[in-house]
Every structure is written in structure tokens, then in C-alpha cells.
Design a binder for this molecule. Structure first.
Ligand SMILES: [Zn+2]
Length: 371
């Protein structure tokens, strides 16, 4: 199984490493399904002018897949341009749900009093799916087999194994047989990268796909992971056409390349000395970031490893003509300990990046249907 992980790392990261966090600390720090549900219930009561919560589907074990829409309802325009941010597509990547809830809290706390945030939320929508894989999250939090270890959902299979890797189940080129070594990772049910019997076989991927199909005002996808540290420009689109599918959507490539380096700068903490990587759109931008974050980041320009089949960012770019960005957060308990302000800094950095993107789509698209 480790073999599959390492192989996939070189193709599109989403690497899963070991962790020695004690189970008690682990459970205390992170959100389970019920915790998210309770927190959102109380938030929507208090912040009704900004927040709507929707159930967009149901997991195998019957948990709701929840989407939060943040926008100023005082402007009733329909189809404001929007961004969708996904979290906890992989079960054990609990930091992502903590970040999602932090972003929601930050925006609702500041949405009425900060002029810039208020103005942006008047013109745009931010959609957040804080826990795309609730069955897997609760399974991982129940301690099986160890914290941070579970990646897939909890689809029962006919063998003793469980689960499909949701970020290999999107309908992107699954019909193309990958190289044999990768194919084993995708087709073996006991593999952490098992892609499922067919594209969108899973209720979790169906739910998010259907949300996107029903809201074509959503123009950018952000897919947050914490299997490794780094930042990946989405799929081929934001990878500046250096992948093998160069030029599929030139207008999206140009759109994405117009903001991607500024986004990377905003979400990167120059004081963080942990090793990581950062994908930039060109060598000039990579050089700038090499100087700016010499310890933390190894900025580089991507090659064709973004061609990974079945991922959210490849599907949304290729099939839905969206700009798509994958983001990998640092993982594990260090997110909460040692660096007392690390969670706050992370949230603020990501909010800065998201506000930049909201500003960009507001200017580019305006009101799509200002009725
Ligand atoms: Zn992941």
C-alpha cells in the first residue's frame, strides 16, 4: 500500500505519511461529523444574513454531505459568481475540516464589519463543503486503524476491504488505462487509491458533481488536502498547459495563470520553516518564491504529473471548464501544537487567498444574472 502512496505522490502528491499523535489529543483537536453539524446549526441561527447550509447528498452510512453558502443575502441577485472549496475528501486529513470551519467563522465574524469582505460577499458566493467524506472521517476518528491513516470512504465491498478513494472517483479519464503500476493502485479494492468500479460510483462524488452542475456560476474549485505539504495548481488548467493536455481550455489557462502566483504568495507563510513544495506557473515566479521562502518551500514549475485520472481538479478543469487548484496543508498534530498561532495564521492566509479569488471573479464575471 505504501508503494501506491509513493507512486501517487510523484504523480499528484496526496501523499499520506505516518503520525504518532495520541488518540486522545487527536480526537479532541479535530471535527467529527456531529461536531460540524452542531457548529453549523448554531452558526446559521446567528448569521442568517450571510450563511445558508444545504444537504447536498448522503454518504453510504447515511450521513449528510453538507454545503455552506456564504454571501450577503441583502443582495438577492441570483448567480453571483462563486468559488467552491472542498475539504476532507480524504478521511484522515482532518486539518482541512478545521480550516474550513475556521474560514467560515472568520468570514461570518468579519462579513458585516470589514468593508472589503462585506463588499466581496455582496457580489460573490463562497461555497464550502467542510467534510466531503464524513463516513471516512468518523471511522478514522474512531481510531481505526490509527489516527490519520484512513483515506477512502466506507463503501462496503464484496471482499473484506472497504472504501473508494474519492479523489480517484471523479469522471476524468478513468476510461483510459493508466500504466500498469498505477493501474494496480486504482483497481485493487484493498488499495488506498482504489478508484471504484466506475466514475462517480460514490454518493459523495456524485453530490459535489451535482452541486457544480446545478450552480454553473461557480467558476473556481479549491480542493484542500493535508496528505503532504504543498500547493498544486489545479490540473492542467493552472499548470499552464505543461501537461500532456496542453491547450484544452486556453481561456481558462490564461485566466488561471493571471492569478495563480498571487494566490500562492498570499496563502504561503514565509516564516514557516517546515519542508514543503509550491507549484508556480513559470520559472520567473518560482525564482521569486525561492527567495521569499527559502526554507519552507521548494517552488517548481509542474510537468505532466497533473494528468492523474479521477481527481476533482482534473475533472472540473477538463469537463466543467473551471479553474481548479489543489492545496496541500501541513499535516498532523503540529497543526495545533508547537506553533500556538499556526491555526490562526493558516486560516488568515487562506482567507487572504480566497478574498483575492473572490475579487477576481467579481471583476471578471460581474453579476451573471442580476435580477
Ligand atoms: Zn488528500
Amino acid at each position: 500500500m505504501k508503494y501506491c502512496y509513493r507512486l501517487v505522490f510523484f504523480l499528484l502528491s496526496f501523499f499520506v505519511g505516518g503520525c504518532s499523535t495520541s488518540l486522545n489529543n487527536f480526537k479532541t483537536h479535530f471535527y467529527d461529523y456531529q461536531h460540524v453539524t452542531t457548529a453549523l446549526d448554531s452558526l446559521t441561527e446567528k448569521r442568517a444574513s450571510l450563511v445558508d447550509v444545504y444537504s447536498i447528498g448522503q454518504s453510504h452510512e447515511g450521513r449528510k454531505i453538507t454545503a455552506i453558502k456564504i454571501t450577503k443575502k441583502s443582495n438577492p441577485a441570483r448567480n453571483k459568481p462563486g468559488i467552491l472549496a472542498l475539504f476532507a475528501e480524504h478521511a484522515g486529513e482532518h486539518e482541512t475540516t478545521s480550516l474550513a470551519m475556521g474560514i467560515v467563522q472568520y468570514l461570518v465574524d468579519n462579513g458585516q464589519i470589514n468593508d472589503r469582505i462585506s463588499s466581496l460577499l455582496e457580489k460573490t458566493e463562497l461555497w464550502i463543503v467542510p467534510m466531503m467524506n464524513p463516513d471516512g472521517v468518523d471511522y478514522d476518528l474512531s481510531g481505526a486503524p490509527e489516527p490519520f491513516s484512513w483515506r477512502k470512504n466506507r463503501r462496503p465491498t464484496e471482499t473484506a476491504t472497504y472504501g473508494v478513494d474519492l479523489n480517484r472517483n471523479w469522471g476524468y479519464h478513468l476510461e483510459i488505462k493508466p500504466p500498469e503500476k498505477i493501474e494496480k493502485c486504482y483497481s485493487r479494492k484493498d488499495s488506498p487509491n482504489y478508484a471504484g468500479d466506475k466514475p462517480f460510483s460514490e454518493p459523495e462524488t456524485q453530490a459535489v458533481r451535482d452541486l457544480l452542475l446545478a450552480h454553473q456560476n461557480i467558476k473556481i474549485l479549491l480542493d484542500y488536502h493535508s496528505g503532504s505539504a504543498g500547493f498544486m495548481q489545479g490540473a492542467v488548467g493552472c499548470a499552464t498547459g505543461r501537461g500532456t493536455r496542453k491547450g484544452i481550455h486556453p481561456s481558462i489557462d490564461a485566466f488561471c495563470n493571471g492569478f495563480i502566483d498571487s494566490f500562492a504568495e498570499r496563502v504561503t507563510d514565509p516564516h514557516d520553516t517546515r519542508p514543503g513544495f509550491l507549484v508556480m506557473s513559470n520559472e520567473g515566479a518560482a525564482d521569486i518564491m525561492r527567495q521569499r521562502v527559502p526554507f519552507y518551500i521548494k517552488p517548481f514549475v509542474p510537468s505532466k504529473f497533473f494528468e492523474e485520472p479521477g481527481t476533482s481538479i482534473n475533472y472540473t478543469y477538463d469537463q466543467l471548464n473551471m479553474a481548479a487548484i489543489g492545496i496541500e496543508l501541513f499535516r498532523g498534530s503540529s497543526f495545533f501544537k508547537n506553533l500556538p498561532g499556526s491555526q490562526r495564521i493558516l486560516i488568515e492566509n487562506q482567507v487572504r487567498g480566497i478574498l483575492l479569488l473572490l475579487d477576481i471573479i467579481a471583476k471578471k464575471y460581474g453579476y451573471l444574472d442580476a435580477t
